[in-house]
Design a protein around this ligand. Structure first.
Ligand code: GTR
Length: 324
């Protein structure tokens, strides 16, 4: 605790450096668990370059990729106190601090990725960003990022919930996902992304679930090469700024960050679509077996999860379903 408090002090001090001209410069430390070159990382880096150019170097962004600043959960805490200024995170990790977002974290809440995109691009998406920003979590939600659909990968193909019986399957640390995995027939175990590879290797877990670009870059496919297309979660991701940092920006700089955030969101989507095609090709070339599942069986198996977590959000869910 003492160490962490010292760390925050040192980092906060490093954030503002006086320029020769007298104006202070600010370096925003940005975090992502994904490696350099991943769509989310590239889009935020590009935003940083534009921010630096538009402010004549007054505001810079330094990307810390590959999770070097810590697990997603730890980074959320760092952003909350202002020690990390920008983070790209899954809405799965936001659920524990802003429970309202769990509507989007429910299994099969979106019909498909096109439906999810319509939601995040429209008024419901804007409302959800505002809910995060206006919550006590001290996160300013800057924009959305696509991350496709999550499917289960294991050492054997899965077609029905019965095929998941007895499998220990890793999820992101959020009760919605643990409950979902248990309802789908497996035994949910939550752990951070960085721990999954060795947990698969040592048999602490038997399976996990993710989108194909993450399956590829994490190398998990080398241990669990059967990728069964459950597509049970279509979680959009977000990038946030620490409220502590946001409050230090002038109104003009805030408007600039908002504008560039919209551009980053659009840029990431283009990169994402390309990366999915590319990752699928690479995974298949490496021998990963993609297979279809009994979608209806998984949909029905998870009805209780939507009922439980959706209960307080019935109106919102009806609005989501009405979007064509
Ligand atoms: C990825 C996501 C990460 C992290 C990871 C995980 O798809 O982009 O932010 O949530 O999944 O499974 O932990």
């Amino acid at each position: 605790m003492i160490y962490r408090m010292c760390g925050v002090g040192v980092l906060a001090a490093a954030l503002f450096v006086p320029m020769a001209s007298g104006a202070a410069t600010m370096t925003l430390r940005a975090s992502d668990v994904h490696p350099t070159g991943f769509p989310t990382v590239a889009a935020i880096e590009s935003m940083g370059k534009k921010l630096e150019a538009a402010t004549d170097g007054r505001i810079k962004l330094q990307m810390f990729a590959s999770g070097v600043l810590g697990t997603d959960k730890a980074v959320v805490e760092q952003v909350q106190v202002g020690a990390v200024q920008i983070a790209r995170i899954s809405l799965g990790e936001v659920g524990p601090v802003v429970p309202d977002v769990n509507v989007f974290n429910m299994p099969f809440v979106f019909r498909d990725e096109a439906h999810m995109r319509k939601i995040i691009d429209g008024p419901i998406g804007d409302e959800m960003l505002a809910k995060i920003t206006n919550s006590p979590a001290k996160l300013v939600a800057l924009g959305w990022m696509d991350s496709g659909s999550r499917s289960v990968y294991a050492k054997k193909p899965i077609k029905t919930p019965a095929d998941m019986h007895g499998l220990k399957i890793r999820t992101i640390g959020n009760a919605v996902f643990l409950d979902t995995m248990n309802a789908m027939g497996g035994n949910g175990i939550s752990m951070s992304f960085g721990e999954v590879y060795s947990a698969l290797q040592t048999g602490v877990i038997d399976a996990a679930e993710n989108n194909s670009p993450s399956l590829y870059t994490s190398n998990h496919y080398t241990i669990t090469p059967f990728y069964s297309q459950t597509n049970h979660l279509i979680i959009p991701e977000i990038f946030v700024m620490s409220k502590v940092t946001w409050d230090k920006l002038s109104k003009e700089d805030q408007a600039l960050v908002k504008k560039l955030s919209r551009e980053a969101q659009a840029e990431e989507r283009v990169l994402w679509d390309k990366t999915v095609v590319d990752s699928n090709e690479k995974l298949k070339a490496a021998g990963v077996k993609f297979s279809d599942v009994d979608r209806q069986a998984f949909y029905e198996a998870t009805a209780g999860i939507r009922a439980k977590y959706g209960e307080p959000y019935k109106d919102l869910i009806a609005r989501i379903e009405a979007v064509q």
